[in-house]
Design a protein around this ligand. Structure first.
Ligand code: FES
Length: 163
């Protein structure tokens, strides 16, 4: 190879290279493979080899898992991507548009949680300053179980604790 010739990154990576580049432990890569989230091929030495585009798939899987999305949900969406070729921007767009509704609902619920941690959520604890106002004598117990104010992804406090 001539000195100034640019080294093209290999398009097939060993499991060690994938682990190093993605930050995903080898044992987890094996686990993902058993769950059908990623696939590999074997070289003449019967060693696993992964196409480089799997790094993007792994990045999406890791973030989605971090958001609490189940592996089966993730697999359902990953399955919509081409298997033997890098996914195009259109493929990712198609997948994200399907996933968007679910993600939006999660974002809304997380926002509700963030916004309501300091107010009464109607859970029956009667331990927050505005519980007497918003859930006097735990009136919510007459209508529901759980924390009605958190169960609905809405910031409108008056509509979530039955009066
Ligand atoms: S926060 Fe639990 S009843 Fe108000």
């Amino acid at each position: 190879m001539k000195k100034d010739e640019k080294k093209t990154p290999s398009q097939l990576l060993s499991i060690g290279q994938v682990s190093k580049r993605s930050g995903v432990p080898i044992s987890t890569l094996h686990f993902y493979e058993t769950k059908g989230l990623i696939t590999s091929q074997r070289n003449s030495g019967n060693q696993r080899r992964y196409p480089r585009h799997i790094l993007r798939q792994l990045a999406v899987i890791r973030v989605a898992q971090g958001l609490g999305i189940s592996l089966s949900d993730i697999r359902e969406h990953i399955d919509k991507l081409p298997h033997n070729a890098p996914a195009t921007a259109t493929d990712w767009e198609r997948m994200s548009s399907i996933w968007a509704k679910d993600l939006d609902e999660r974002i809304a619920r997380l926002t509700t949680l963030k916004n309501k941690l300091s107010v009464c959520i109607g859970c029956g604890c009667l331990s927050i300053d505005d519980c007497p106002l918003r859930n006097p004598d735990d009136r919510a117990a007459e209508f529901c179980s759980g924390a009605p104010s958190l169960d609905t992804a809405t910031d409108d406090e008056t509509t979530t604790i039955p009066q």
